[in-house]
Design a protein around this ligand. Sequence first.
Ligand code: SF4
Length: 1023
Amino acid sequence: MSTRRNILKGAAAAGALGTFGAGYAETLKKLAKGKWSGEVPKAALTGNSLTPEYVIDPDTGDLAMNPDIAMSYTMCIGCTTMCGVRVKVDKAQNKVLRVTGNPYSPMSTDPFIPYDSSVKDSFLAMAQTGKGEGLTNRSTACGRGNAVLQQVDNPRRVLKPLKRVGPRGSGKWQTISFEQLVEEVVEGGDLFGEGPVAGLREIRDLDTPIKAGAPEFGPRANGLVVMNCVDDGRDNLLLRWLKQSYGSTNFVRHGAYCGGAYRSGSGAMFGDVKGMPHAKPDFLEAEFVMFVGTAPGNAGNPFKRVGNLIAKARSDGKLDYVVVDPVLNNAQNGPSGERSRWVPIKPGTDGALAMAIIGWMFDHDRINHAYLAQPGAAAAEAAGEVNWTNATHLVIVEEGHPRYGRFLRGSDIGLAVEGDAYSDADPFLIASAAGPVPAGAEAAPLFFDGMVETAKGPVAVKTSLTLLREAAASRTLAEYSEACGIPVATIEGLASELTSHGRKAAVNSHGGMMSGSGFYNTYALMMINTLIGNLNWKGGTMIAGGWFPDNKGPAYDLAEFPGMVTPKGLPIGRNVPYEKTSEFKAKKEAGKAYPADGPWYPQAPGLATEWISSMVNHYPYGAEALIFRNTNPVYGVPGISHVVDKLKDPKVVPLIISIDPFINESSAISDYIVPDSVMYETWGFTKPWGGVATKATTARWPVIEPKMEKNAEGQRVGLETFLIGTAKQMGLPGFGDQAIPDADGTLHPLNRAEDWYLRGAANVAMIGKTPVPEATDEDLALSNVARIRADLEAVLKPEEWRRAATIYAKGGRYENIERSYQGDKATYAFGAAMQVWNEGLGSFRRATTGKRMSGAPIWFEAEFADGSKVADHYPAADWPVKVMSFKSPLQNSYSVGAKALLRIVASNPVVVGRALAEAHGIANGDMVRLTTPGGSLESVAVVRDGIAPDTVAIEHGYGHKGFGAQDITIDDDVWPADPRLASGVLLNDMGMVDPTRAMTGVWVDPVSGTAVRQGLPARIERI
Ligand code: SF4
């Protein structure tokens, strides 16, 4: 008998099969054409595999290149890991055929080969014959890396400048010339028949305030704002154009809706909430690692390297690890048995677990006294420590004191200070029997709670560690267990394990921290590392070793130039103190300084999450021109759909330009699209985000000819041509014939991309005591850098070009692996205090409440901007489920056009745990409706084990409306929508606005301002 449910299931199944069929069509075709259809393989052993790139004579070790193939070392940008890779190029077809790893690069190989190995030796090293060790040195790219090269040939690439026809977002475009593009965006005019639009030249007013009566926001030029995705090695040129040449301060990347909560919470630990340093475990030497909200080899950064190292460590080394995550991904490895375990946790409650562990460490005296007791550099050195903490520093805790939450300093107790009060010269104070004394070269008391005499009378103070202990003790272990859903015994077991390996244990996290409690969750987790004292120690945690910078070096100064301007004013993202604004002053004078009209985030870096809200609300000020550079906040910011429609009104932001190879959800609402290069067509220099102890610069160069059309000067249109072309049209400093100073001050031109990147390569090559060796003709030939030899010789000096060529021949510059550690300590140790109490955090007032936040980690239950608990607005009785997002190792937010990935995983169902499914009568394959206060979606349910109770998970990277998921019309040609690109659902469509904000804005973490996509309150029903 057919029931309504069965009919729907049938429909869903038919739909799913249709998607499967579409996704696997090419595979099925190949199967039909293959061996089974009678086709005979060309070779008995290798079948129809690609022709080898080179052959090595097993007897002589001689290497013979295939003349039709080029092998080049460059960089994959299939994800933000940006690995050094080796690509196989079909020269005649101008096509990358395959991607493997670069054996010089730590991002792809461990151990990586010595940098002084010739290119030929690097090829030999990976071979089984001759001198090679075969698989031992074989260097790999990941599955996504091998698929996303398809994006170069994606038929939906934008190759010519586009101008919208009709309303914004209507999907209709006309092609225009590069010269028309530059003319229109610079000079403005009635560009769309909708009235006058100010061009970039007019907006670049460096004198008139952008907001009358509020000079703190700087000049009108700040009305040009740039939203970028990630620094793929091209940001230095973009930043030069925007900030130093144009004069706008407004630039932001995507971190606030990626892993920003983790980076900010880590920044609080490292005492740098703007720079956001973070450490990674020393995976190979650690004995125990607790991953929280990130699974090794599944996501995070550098995910491929971490995956490799963990696999090696659990098979060859001593490592045991636990992954604490609401959903089990690739975390656990069956054959490694007990060495890898999964612990489910309620989404967004990691801080409760961390504070429980911290409390247990205090209760059982399992903190590293010797490390924590050192109050400064001199004491740390004397004690043989690599760095120190502020655990022993005294904090003012006197309610009503003007310096509440700040450290007691020498000037507070009347000490003579050689320098300004509260400057670096003003010593931090520690407790002693004689009262507070400056932190010196000896260990200090860890705990103190009492009154001290100051120049202005007695003041209550406590040490940072006392405050942390109190914060941890504010709940019982049972209460923390209840909050995070992890049994008390398991918490105790984790705490015991973490503190049973000396310094060879670590906690690691990343994007899983994007919840309403994300900032404090991270700060608490990272505090466990500090209490262990593992930073800079082999087997503990390590900071990245740094890099060889391209921007400023012995050859050229790309960072400064004659006539450069300094941008002024507070940024549009409100990541600065509210107390600096005229609004604050006016309200204070009126008697009530708080609440502000909207939230401010002084502890946060740039906030893409808040930018669109700022623009549509004109708070703190509006934007006249917005550039999306290869970024997609419309897809990526949870809940932004409630705000972004207003951007379609040209009166809100009159000019929107996208620089992007594709029409994604964000470039779709722009007025102009500037085409751009993709993957192996592009230039750039990057450094590892973390996890590499040595200095490393990865170099990317066009190993194939880019596909974009050429401008009238014969250059391929893209980011660089747009920046250079518009700068020259406006006559901006820093571009044109006299732009780049060399070491002697002689100015060199910046008229094309090569002028910039090749000089950067010269810097990378020549920095340090010993420049890299000159590339030989053999290096140039084997790496195919011969392809750009003419440019190298034309742009660089005779003594420079062969060294710069080495950077490209080897895909970057990499310090040898032996530099990782000196004895048991990291060579590049982080040498500043770990913040057991962060005084910036502990002393600021939330603009929307006027209340202070804790300067130490706490278990912070998610709040909206007005300080009310999210759980009170959306109680569990009405919203019994929590929704979370997770990433797979294959798909990300911009990879959907690589169809090979869709042939592996065609869509993303809603993942439901078995108990939750049974409670709602949901069976595998049922259609379900998932609803949050922010929206609703319908999809197929997959019922499985490996997910925390009352939790529903959605994989990120699907549910697109851009990239060709909808029809696009260009010059009367319709590019029809491809349903495969639209498959699945997007959690962000259910993201929430903050109902307590007077002006519409998405729900964000109140400290870091970062997006919330973990732990959305929800309900689920079968339909
Ligand atoms: S991890 Fe994979 S997709 Fe990401 S950069 Fe490396 S090879 Fe490319």
